[in-house]
Design a protein around this ligand. Sequence first.
Ligand code: AMP
Ligand code: MN
Ligand code: MN
Ligand code: MN
Length: 271
Amino acid sequence: MRYDLHTHTVASDGELAPQVLVERAKANGVTHLAITDHDTVAAYDGLAAADLALIPGIELSTYWSKRGIHVVGLNIDPDCPELAAGICEQQRARERRAEKIAARLQRAGCGETLEGARREAGDGAIGRPHFARHLLAAGQVRTVREAFRKYLGNGKPGDVRSEWASLDTVVRWIRSAGGAAVLAHPAHYKMTRTKLVELIRDFRAAGGEAIEVVSGRQDAATTARLARLAADSGCAASTGSDFHRPGGHWADVGGQPALPPACRPVWQLWE
Ligand code: AMP
Ligand code: MN
Ligand code: MN
Ligand code: MN
């Protein structure tokens, strides 16, 4: 069995079409795959996946204590009306946010970027990576990383505090769709241990059930630390590559390290 419960497609900021991602997952030996695009389930429209268990998922954006936090929903009913209404709200927030990002980038000397970012996003949910790709294509930065470092990352002009739904709300949407709520990549938030424990406590109180003990190319010490946090907080453990595209600094689909054997895997909640 090989689980990858966190991946992206062109429906958000990934590079592969959903069917291509599924084929790649199969080729890499993945037996259970969740596609978890940012604030959308569009990848599941008409998606067929023979020889592989597809677990419907999503990665919802939210704010907690002035920080951007991501919550993955797994084994959701993508057609649940309450979730669908929530997704509409998040998409409107993304559109408003994109306009604000463009205005801020203009003031920072990047010129007009909204049309270019929209082109990069295509039919997908627009976000900062599309602005980064546009800046790269326009020759204003040399790498996507540089775009984040200069313009889009934490505390930079394009880091617009959006009107995302609250932590309680996004967890409620996931649960009303019958899914399990998973705190995504806890090590990415660069919080102190005290702050992270506080976040996990609030997340548990909201109905969250698991944390990503393994995310992408994470080192063994981080995995061990997160496994302890999961055990101490009574959380199940999830695992995912957070795959966006082949190459670069992302783990390949199914390429993340194994979950520590002592963890209680999140899939026990639905299998
Ligand atoms: P957004 O959904 O618009 O808030 O964009 C967040 C996404 O940007 C993340 O899911 C990553 O895919 C990407 N991202 C965040 N930080 C970086 C970075 N430093 N370099 C490249 N991509 C990044
Ligand atoms: Mn992303
Ligand atoms: Mn994320
Ligand atoms: Mn992700």
